[in-house]
Design a protein around this ligand. Structure first.
Ligand code: NIG
Ligand code: FE
Length: 418
């Protein structure tokens, strides 16, 4: 299988196989008029069209970028892509003044999605997830992390992770599964959170690991959900189960989740709206990626994570949608880039690296995804715009025209290719 992408105005990409920091975060390689030759699932060559054709005189497929800009496919390292029901009424209540936590404590929030998800059939969960993956792909995202966490019992957590596995097999977007059984205390254990924690540690985590359904584990470490000490216990077995760690940290209150994530050697600490100076210093001195979710701040009308301070301190900053029905119902990484630039002060170059290479590093996949370089996966976005700046400059408009995933054209002229 060979594919030549020709006719581009420019190719813009970070380079490397590890997260970039400080000034390197904003350093892109920009090649005017570059062509890309893909062989099998990987990029074989980047350079002039003439040289690409010398190496492969008759490519099986030729994609004309028609003056567009080539970018790496986006990697979205924090999503909750499987759920049933929707929460647009809670959204309207929030617009009238109720807070996210007030709604959650009154029986809405995560537990309202838990009720709907427990009642859904496997088929309807898969259909809904695949529809969301179509939207991710249409906006240029080629790899996502996907969490469980709307089951909060063994049966439904397993069903969610099986849905993620089935969606990964059925759809061009790659999914990386995370067990988030500790997303909330389920309604039946509301008065006895320790009972649920014991079940997660003693039953749910071991059984999901035994079935090989996740490669990482996550906990919603937050005031009123799981505190630091409970989170520590919930994550103690991760190494023995063969799991890497992500952590919902310092989202609504400054609890010290960032420091705990670093102490546990987590792949990522996510949200970090209320990260403390000590948390920033800990992250900067570690390999734990700081995954920022400005769509959630925007949608909850809260403050934004201190992204500039984190970049300047040397944290490995990445971006994600947090796609979920309660606090960020979007699949659009370009929208997240716009918020990262306009509300958190990142430059377009920094935001692009954060949404590609650094996002791949948050999933321990920076050797395969996140940049356009020979040997990496041929996951490529062709914009309907002559330079990468347009991606943020023309915010709120989908400028993704073609998408290549693993060397195959999967979106052509904005339409899925089956
Ligand atoms: O990342 N913080 C916890 N979990 C989600 C919200 C999920 C929901 O409201 O359904 C988040 O914001
Ligand atoms: Fe989340």
């Amino acid at each position: 299988m060979s594919l030549l992408i020709r006719g581009a105005s420019q190719l813009a990409t970070p380079v490397g196989t590890a997260a970039r920091r400080c000034a390197d975060l904003g350093t892109l390689t920009v090649l005017p008029h570059a062509s890309v030759l893909c062989e099998g699932e990987a990029i074989a060559f980047i350079g002039t069209e003439a040289e690409a054709l010398r190496r492969c005189p008759e490519p099986e497929t030729v994609l004309d970028a028609d003056g567009g800009c080539l970018l790496p496919g986006f990697v979205d390292p924090h999503t909750h892509p499987v759920w049933a029901g929707s929460r647009e009424e809670e959204f309207n209540r929030r617009l009238r003044g109720e807070s996210y936590m007030e709604i959650a404590r009154a029986g809405g929030g995560i537990n309202s999605t838990v009720r709907a998800t427990r009642a859904a059939t496997p088929e309807s969960l898969l259909t809904a997830a695949l529809g969301r993956l179509d939207t991710f792909l249409a906006h240029g995202t080629t790899t996502i992390e996907g969490k469980s966490g709307y089951g909060l019992d063994l049966e439904t957590e397993v069903r969610m992770l099986e849905t993620i596995r089935a969606a990964d097999a059925a759809h061009p977007v790659d999914l990386v599964p995370t067990c988030l059984a500790a997303h909330e205390v389920p309604p039946e254990d509301r008065e006895h959170p320790e009972r649920y924690i014991a079940r997660v540690i003693g039953e749910i985590h071991p059984e999901i690991a035994r079935r090989g359904l996740a490669e990482a584990v996550d906990v919603f470490c937050e005031t009123g959900v799981f505190d630091l000490e409970q989170t520590r216990r919930l994550l103690a077995d991760a190494p023995r189960l063969g799991w890497r760690i992500h952590l919902h940290a310092d989202e609504l209150t400054p609890l010290g989740g960032a420091e705990l994530a670093v102490e546990l050697g987590a792949l990522s600490a996510d949200h970090l709206v209320y990260v403390t100076d000590a948390g920033i210093a800990a992250l900067a001195g570690s390999d734990t990626v700081a995954v920022l979710l400005p769509g959630t701040s925007f949608f909850l009308r809260s403050t934004f994570a201190p992204a500039r301070r984190m970049v300047e301190a040397g944290c490995a900053v990445a971006l994600a949608t947090d796609c979920n029905p309660g606090s960020s119902p979007t699949q659009s990484m370009p929208m997240i880039l716009a918020l990262a630039c306009l509300e958190m002060g990142l430059t377009v170059e920094e935001a692009l690296t954060a949404a590609t290479l650094n996002a791949a590093a948050a999933l321990d996949r920076a050797n395969r995804f996140g940049s356009l370089e020979p040997g990496k996966a041929a996951d490529i976005v062709v914009l309907d715009a002559p330079s990468y700046h347009h991606l943020v400059y023309r915010y709120g408009v989908n400028q993704v025209r073609h998408v290549v995933k693993n060397g195959r054209v999967v979106i052509a002229d904005r339409k899925p290719v089956h």
